[in-house]
Design a binder for this molecule. Structure first.
Ligand SMILES: [Zn+2]
Length: 247
């Protein structure tokens, strides 16, 4: 066992391979540290917001505990869950999982290409959600990152699969990795948790810029063919690794 495994996993179920234990430990470390990014970028307050990540090669994911303030989040107190959205036995889960766990689990069950999910009530993006208004694609950075507008998902009450279903229905076949759930806030998906955090940070950034732009006058749309070119270049050419979309 590595040091990381010892520090991030308070316990492991009988029969767990070293490989699985190490994968869970790494996911616990990433989820705890990435939640700090939500705080650093001002996307969450108090105990709000949650990050989760699928554990590669398993039917598990790791999510932030419920009701624990950001300063007290550690790798060891991140909750290991099954894809049914319940805490997995034997992993030393000392806290209940985030109250949004059912939504994250629904996404993992229904979008196998998604390995990270993030939820925030970040101010500007949630203001668009409060109006149930999609964010139009009027800046090139948004075309790069989201390939078009950021869509609005349905109004949904927390506690069952309704939010998860709304996320999956809105984002399936859509280029955007972010959805504005009506009257609620932002959910983002990614190829891993870091990618979903990036989408949440970029979503708030474009929500703020486009909101400010609207105050000054009419928004100028980007022609669809130019959005396609920008998106394609950013996904396939820019950088060493493909950025952005899941597809
Ligand atoms: Zn919420």
């Amino acid at each position: 066992m590595t040091d990381a495994t010892a520090s991030a996993n308070p316990a492991t179920p009988d029969g767990t391979t070293d490989e699985t234990a190490a994968a869970v430990a790494r996911a616990r470390e990433r989820v705890a540290s990435l939640h700090g990014e939500l705080v650093r970028y001002g996307l969450v307050i108090w105990t709000g917001g949650n990050v989760s990540e699928r554990v590669p090669g398993t039917d598990l994911f790791v999510i932030k505990p419920s009701g624990v303030s950001s300063d007290d989040l550690t790798p060891a107190n991140q909750v290991v869950c099954t894809l049914d959205g319940v805490p997995a036995e034997g992993w030393g889960n000392a806290h209940g999982p985030s109250s949004d766990t059912a939504a994250h689990a629904y996404v993992y069950r229904n979008m196998p290409e998604v390995n990270g999910v993030v939820h925030t009530h970040s101010t500007y993006a949630t203001a668009w959600a409060a109006r149930a208004e999609e964010i139009p694609c009027v800046i090139t950075a948004m075309a790069d990152e989201f390939g078009g507008p950021i869509p609005v998902g349905p109004f949904a009450i927390i506690g069952d699969d309704t939010i998860g279903r709304g996320i999956v229905e809105t984002l399936s076949g859509h280029r955007s990795r972010a959805v504005l759930m009506q009257n609620h806030g932002v959910f983002t998906i990614g190829k891993d948790a870091k990618d979903a955090v990036k989408a949440a940070v970029m979503c708030e950034d474009v929500a703020r810029t486009v909101h400010i732009a609207k105050q000054g006058g009419e928004l100028v749309p980007i022609a669809p063919e130019n959005i396609d070119r920008l998106f394609d270049r950013y996904q396939n050419v820019y950088g060493q690794n493909p950025e952005g979309a899941m597809r």
